[in-house]
Ligand binder design. Structure first.
Ligand code: HQG
Length: 180
């Protein structure tokens, strides 16, 4: 499978498994799982027919490991990034002393005032390395990298979670814990 086709499937899966399953008449359970057969049968037939083999390829080779199967590959879900409310049963995890967040200049004034907010997602997304934050910020323009004092934050009582694909998640980052 070529990279472009795999990226197209990944974007489609991100859309239906994180944001809008109802667009294709798909239902997710409370933990965000979709039935694999149901997903395949409801995939729009616009030239790219989805099958189990293609799904397996995307799950295994996806650059950020965005999706996972259950044990017998009858269900699939996104590991993070949802805007719809799903219970991922994330385990609270002690973060490193610092984490990073990539954003763009136009948001900085607001972030200085109210810290990092979830905006439309279920969590604020952070990464353990600067490179990832640069990539995240670059999706919107010239990246601005914020250093998050996650160690102090956690000791002050804020909770951190690590998704199955190693994205650090938290509910908000007040501005006092951000190094601009
Ligand atoms: C910004 C991708 C104004 C925030 C990435 C970001 C990530 C504020 C945008 C994942 C703000 C939200 C998530 C405030 C935050 N005022 N702007 N108070 N607080 N913002 O897409 O972190 O490739 O929801 O800086 O890799 O950019 O899809 O979050 O610019 O892990 O798997 O508001 O999405 O993953 O944007 O990206 P997003 P994000 P995938």
């Amino acid at each position: 499978m070529n990279e472009k086709a795999a990226k197209g499937i990944s974007k489609f899966l991100s859309f239906v498994l994180r944001h809008s399953p109802e667009t294709i008449g798909l239902e997710l359970d409370e933990n965000g799982w979709a039935d694999v057969e149901d997903l395949i049968s409801k995939c729009p037939k616009d030239g790219s027919i989805l099958n189990l083999e293609l799904l397996e390829f995307v799950v295994e080779n996806n650059d950020k490991k965005r999706f996972v199967f259950n044990e017998n590959k009858t269900k699939i879900r996104a590991s993070q990034g949802h805007s719809i409310s799903v219970e991922l049963n994330l385990v609270e995890t002690e973060p490193p002393e610092f984490l990073y967040h990539g954003t763009v200049g136009k948001f900085l004034e607001n972030i200085r005032k109210e810290g990092l907010q979830k905006i439309s997602r279920q969590h604020v997304h952070l990464s353990k390395d600067k490179e990832t934050a640069v990539k995240v910020g670059s999706r919107r323009g010239i990246p601005q990298i914020l250093i998050i004092k996650s160690g102090i934050m956690q000791r002050d009582g804020f909770k951190f979670y690590l998704s199955e694909n190693n994205v650090w998640l938290t509910d908000k980052v007040p501005e006092t814990y951000i190094q601009f």
